[in-house]
Design a protein around this ligand. Structure first.
Ligand code: SIN
Length: 362
């Protein structure tokens, strides 16, 4: 009991509270008190949703400027949905996402859920690597409570920013009892997108995210989620990946294949400290002889490989042209998702057959 009280105090100590009525309380009301609204914690990491420009119509802007308190003030409507707390985890453009921030997100969410300090979590994030953070957390947060990631394609100062409504939808989803045990979800442009399939498919439009293989999980309307389907992959509460206590993750990289690719990049990785390499192959996960030779050399030095494809749909399966059981295939995981799954698989095994089984399940 004393330990839980101490932990609660330490979590609250890092919470940055808005001076606005929205976050004026220092801690969530107890569920039995008069405030029956779900408790949602918003973890802010930066990105365009926190971006600012010098004019409301120009496309260029600086991401990661607004604090979580400032973002919350732009959407006072979310007060109707949930009791809210904001925690500033970082304030970066998401191309600068780091392993340390992933581990901090994981620790914070695991603490909040383990000690029943909230009912759902929303993460505000830059859109460029949002799908990667979503998939990492989808594989490692071993809880059924909702984790929802959102962001924006237009800066907060835009004439018509998309961030406020995305945040409203994300909080509504995280506060919904219907959002339990669905894996980590991305909410953008009213769609609910599964972490295992979501990918950014447009560099500028507000409708920038799709699930190219399976379609969206559902959509948000009037603050209510409407689901069409469930994820077909194992995730969150059922995941085998236990990263508690880890301070670093296995080093995994991606090698991109193209017409007359050289072996310079792949050999540099093999000769470095890389533990696993995903090949973003052409077509159905193919690559040329230079890369094939380097893979043989890498394998003899203990490097694990996974064959993936640079093509957005269809994936790479076991009946692939040039199928070779030494190299697991990624099925419909993009190279950037396959890299994360390989990273976590390497915390358990270095055996290609077992890695292949993991790719079938996750
Ligand atoms: C970023 O990913 O941080 C910048 C782009 C965006 O958020 O849309």
């Amino acid at each position: 009991m004393r330990q839980i009280a101490l932990l609660t105090l330490s979590v609250i100590a890092v919470i940055l509270l808005s001076p606005s009525p929205l976050t004026a309380k220092t801690q969530f009301d107890h569920r039995e008190s008069e405030n029956k609204k779900p408790r949602v914690v918003i973890l802010a990491t930066g990105g365009t949703i926190a971006g600012s420009a010098s004019s409301s119509t120009q496309a260029s802007y600086k991401p990661g400027v607004l604090s979580i308190e400032q973002i919350l003030k732009t959407v006072p409507e979310i007060e109707t949905l949930a009791q809210l707390k904001g925690i500033q985890i970082s304030n970066i453009a998401s191309q600068d996402m780091e392993e340390g921030i992933w581990l901090e997100l994981w620790r914070t969410i695991d603490n909040l859920f383990t000690h029943d300090l909230c009912d759902g979590v929303v993460i505000t994030h830059g859109t460029d690597t949002m799908e990667e953070s979503a998939y990492f957390l989808n594989l490692t947060i071993r809880h059924a409570k909702p984790v929802v990631i959102t962001g924006a394609m237009r800066a907060s100062t835009s004439l018509s920013p998309d961030g406020p409504f995305n945040l409203f939808n994300a909080v509504a989803l995280a506060a919904s009892a219907n959002a339990q045990n669905r894996g980590v979800m991305v909410v953008m442009n009213d769609y609910i997108l599964s972490a295992d399939d979501v990918t950014k498919t447009n560099t500028i439009n507000t409708n920038a995210f799709e699930c190219p293989n399976f379609g969206p999980l559902g959509y948000m309307r009037n603050g209510t989620p409407h689901f069409f389907r469930e994820s077909r992959y194992t995730h969150t509460a059922s995941s085998i990946f236990n990263i508690k206590g880890l301070t670093a993750l296995p080093k995994t990289e991606i090698v991109y294949a193209y017409a007359f690719s050289s072996d310079i990049a792949i050999n540099a990785l093999i000769d470095g400290s890389t533990e696993g390499i995903v090949i973003a192959g052409v077509g159905h996960g193919n690559y040329n002889k230079a890369i094939a030779e380097a893979m043989k050399k890498g394998s003899s030095k203990g490097v694990n490989f996974v064959r993936s494809s640079r093509i957005i749909g269809g994936g790479v399966d076991l009946s692939a042209e040039n199928y070779d059981p030494r190299w697991p295939v990624s099925f419909n995981k993009t190279p950037q998702k396959a890299r994360i799954l390989l990273m976590l698989a390497l915390t358990i095994t270095k055996e290609p057959k077992e890695i292949q089984n993991i790719f079938m399940e996750y």
